[in-house]
Design a protein around this ligand. Structure first.
Ligand SMILES: CC(C)(COP(=O)(O)OP(=O)(O)OC[C@H]1O[C@@H](n2cnc3c(N)ncnc32)[C@H](O)[C@@H]1OP(=O)(O)O)[C@@H](O)C(=O)NCCC(=O)NCCS
Length: 343
């Protein structure tokens, strides 16, 4: 059957509405099986993100597999940059009606030359839902689990708003801004952003950014250029005037019902003072006051990050099934697929 399968690059600059719709149909069907109860990205949002990947994800390439002119699978690779330029972040999806026919292997094989051309060393996948076909497939192909990613969501209508009333701990005051850190705090904010390095990454090759004030500015500019509205709430240590911790949340006007929690971190010397809960509670009140259409805020963290998970629960987040990050050296993926006989 895979003899009749055509795998080709999907070029977002020439793709038509119906090309995107066919791609989206695979995503929606896969999601219904692999993550039941979780709505897939709306078509318009998928198209916008395919044309312009979210900040921090590097350049991207897409492939589709067609059988009898029907799109039955897709693959996408983010070529991460900076600290992570060795990693090809890869997602393969096969329509549930076409699984176990070798299509996943064929499309993965088709993208390897591009990974090699880009000089990548490692293939990682972060979208494998625990206990699904994706996990069995990845294991069968020699990928090893390197990280369990806990997912949590705050469903605004179901949350207890009393959980967002949290006093600011003694010795601190809160500061907040939209889009651009005030010049007076940007240096210490960059230092506080560095505290994210203590968040566990399992055995993933991924490395957190090395934050500096200029990198903060570049990141802010990148978010703005994409139209993302970034809100930051920061705890300022009153004695030193420095940022002790922060939380960051983005909303896109394209999708006003959805909030994307990004980093939250408290410097080690300020931990244990309830700053994390205070910052998250404050952020929730603030963003809901400004964005009344918001009905969900989603977040992910390493499954072993018990403190962050507990803070999120304390402000009303509930838990979704985890994702598994898998990894393999590119050379081993090539060797493994070279040994597999095509069906
Ligand atoms: C994972 C996925 C891409 C596999 O696609 P597929 O075309 O069905 O996979 P293949 O036919 O190429 O499977 C290759 C091998 O993987 C293993 N495998 C695949 N699905 C499996 C399952 N449900 N149970 C057990 N083993 C499985 C088998 O060893 C299979 O070889 P075999 O059929 O000769 O026994 C598909 O299930 C999917 O889209 N899942 C959702 C997204 C996802 O998790 N993607 C992977 C992360 S990047």
């Amino acid at each position: 059957m895979t003899n009749d399968l055509i795998v080709e690059r999907f070029d977002t600059s020439v793709a038509t509405e119906s090309d995107f719709a066919a791609y989206h149909a695979v995503l929606a069907a896969s999601q219904a099986v692999d993550r039941p109860g979780e709505p897939p990205l709306p078509l318009g949002e998928l198209v916008a993100r395919m044309r312009r990947p979210l900040p921090g994800m590097g350049a991207v390439a897409y492939w589709v597999a067609r059988f009898d002119d029907e799109v039955v699978a897709f693959a996408e690779v983010n070529f991460l940059d900076e600290e992570n330029s060795d990693i090809g972040l890869t997602d393969v999806r096969v329509h549930p009606a076409h699984r176990r026919r070798g299509i996943g292997v064929v499309i993965l094989r088709a993208l390897l030359p591009e990974l090699k051309l880009q000089g990548l060393g490692v293939v990682e996948g972060w979208e494998v839902a625990e206990g699904t076909a994706g996990q069995a497939w990845a294991e069968a192909l020699g990928f090893r689990p390197v990280r369990t990613i806990a997912r949590q969501v705050l469903v605004v209508a179901e949350a207890d708003r009393a959980l967002w009333e949290v006093d600011v701990p003694d010795g601190y005051r809160l500061s907040q801004w939209v889009g651009s850190a005030p010049a007076g705090v940007v240096d210490s904010y960059a230092v506080a952003r560095g505290a994210i390095h203590d968040a566990p990454l399992g055995e993933s090759e991924y490395r957190w950014p090395e934050w500096t004030a200029s990198r903060v500015r570049a990141y802010e500019a990148e978010l703005q250029s994409q139209g993302l509205v970034q809100r930051v709430a920061a705890a300022i240590h009153e004695t030193s005037g420095a940022v002790a911790g922060f939380t960051e949340l983005c909303v896109h006007p394209r999708r006003p019902d959805w909030g994307y929690q990004r980093d939250t971190a408290v410097l080690a010397s300020h931990r244990g003072n309830d700053l994390g809960r205070c910052l998250k509670a404050h952020m929730t009140r603030w963003v809901l006051a400004d964005c009344p259409e918001l009905d969900r805020i989603s977040t992910t963290t390493g499954a072993e990050n018990v403190h962050m998970i507990r803070v999120n629960r304390a402000v009303g987040y509930t838990t979704l099934p985890s994702l598994i990050a898998v990894q393999q050296e590119l050379s081993s993926v090539e060797a493994m697929l070279g040994r597999r006989v095509e069906v």
